[in-house]
Design a protein around this ligand. Sequence first.
Ligand code: F6P
Length: 551
Amino acid sequence: MTPEARNAAWGRLASLASGPAAGQIRELFAADAKRFGRFHRQGCDILMDFSKTSIDDDVLKALLELAEACQVTQKRDAMAAGEIVNNTEGRSVLHMALRAPRKAGFTAKHADGSVEDASAHVDETLAAMERFTHAIHTGDIRGATGETFTDVINIGIGGSDLGPFMAGRALWTVRSPMRPLFLANADAHNWEAIRPRLNPHRTLMLVASKTFTTAETMANAHVVRGWLERNLGEIGARRHMAALSTNLEATAAFGVPSDRVFGFRDWVGGRFSLWSAIGLSIALSCGWNAFRQLLDGARAMDEHFLSAPPDRNLPLLLALTTVWHVNGLGLKAHAVLPYDHRLSRFPAHLQQLEMESLGKRVTVSGEPVGRETGPVIFGEPGTNAQHSFMQLLHQGTTPVPADFVLVANPDHPYADNHRLLLANGLAQAEALLRGRSADEVAAEMRKSGKPEDEIARLLPHRVFPGDRPSTTLLMDRLDAFTLGQLIALYEHKVFCLGALWDIDAFDQWGVELGKQLAGSILPELAPLGSVGDHDASTTGLIARIRELQVL
Ligand code: F6P
């Protein structure tokens, strides 16, 4: 497809978006009793209902034409074929290989022209992780003083924390052989809050870092190693360590025995890495079977993504819905509302997955993108969100599209609570759509006997505009298999958006500057450190902190 075809497709979308009916959802429902039937799709075990958006037949057609013009399918196939689709870092992108059987035969292409058998590497690593998990659970591997391990502390940040933390929490109803704890923040209050709960004789420490150079992770790893050494001696502490990394030299230098290092490769991006060795804490805390089910669920979604036609392809449709909202209707934020408390960290995971991937302003070839890219992602589990930020979604000046994630059956026996939860999720989406008109408000107030002057005074405050879009993802159950599908669905949505916006969704240069500046400010905070050249605000704050600090 030519750039002209792409521009024409964007143009068609823009003209639909500027039409008088754009954004009006209630009218679409009024005009079409079969709208739900026509605007929901099933992919694997997930039903996606996008009927509560203003996408109609014409918009959907234009969005699908855009996907074709942007060659999303061809780009998807290039990713699956191991082509270097992460251009700025010169890397293949093969998180799909992490959950595929060896016979799937994924290969990674390297910038020097060499080709690597990715599936073989995955197979070997998974086998080593499974052996290790089994040996820890059976007590074949024990701590330095002969005790079995009861706790696993994952020390990592970003993708080396958020994914395993989110998945481990989502699967807590699976019998847990070990208690998982997560240490991410450079703020040692994080460690101080965890430490009293841990017995060094029974604690396994995982240093999870793709690069093994991330400042926060290495600082925390030194702190925890020091704690183990004080309790178990230097040699003993080594028996309590494992590393999850691509940097084998650095793991050896840190003192992790080589048979305790679980590797992965540079074709796994941090925010896509929970399926790799980075997921070891999931396997240890939820059991190997659950981890395998998680991978299988993701694999099922991969197969759907790779084979379903565009009009039935859930990740693509989810991405196109976002394009309609962001580029068509100019909506710059997006809420994620899982109505299942086990998914309470899912929004946090998506914040990194989506914003680190899609927070880009130039195209793959370095030109300004020329249109909006990734929206601000935020969320909380329902119903908590309703008592927090939903007010703005209902009556604020900026419509915020929301994804509702609903699970039909819980893993607890409290049926009434669960119906209450689901009723609330459905009601929020319905309220966003329907709104409440001035006539409805007035009638209700009159019925409850309110005087006319009070009705007039309160009426504007009680009107809801409605026509606010949402998408619902419905699953029968939340288990390891469906969780894998759900996470992979969003991963592929992100890929599709990268392809549609022609940006590199797999790099993250934007996090570098802050890291560099932190490195130069660090010595300036020492009592006698000399302060370098900064803006007046930073200089002033450094001076004030130095006056205040007593450490
Ligand atoms: O914040 C940038 C980042 O590189 C993320 O992409 C990554 O997930 C995180 O830091 C942690 O990196 P590492 O696993 O190398 O410690």
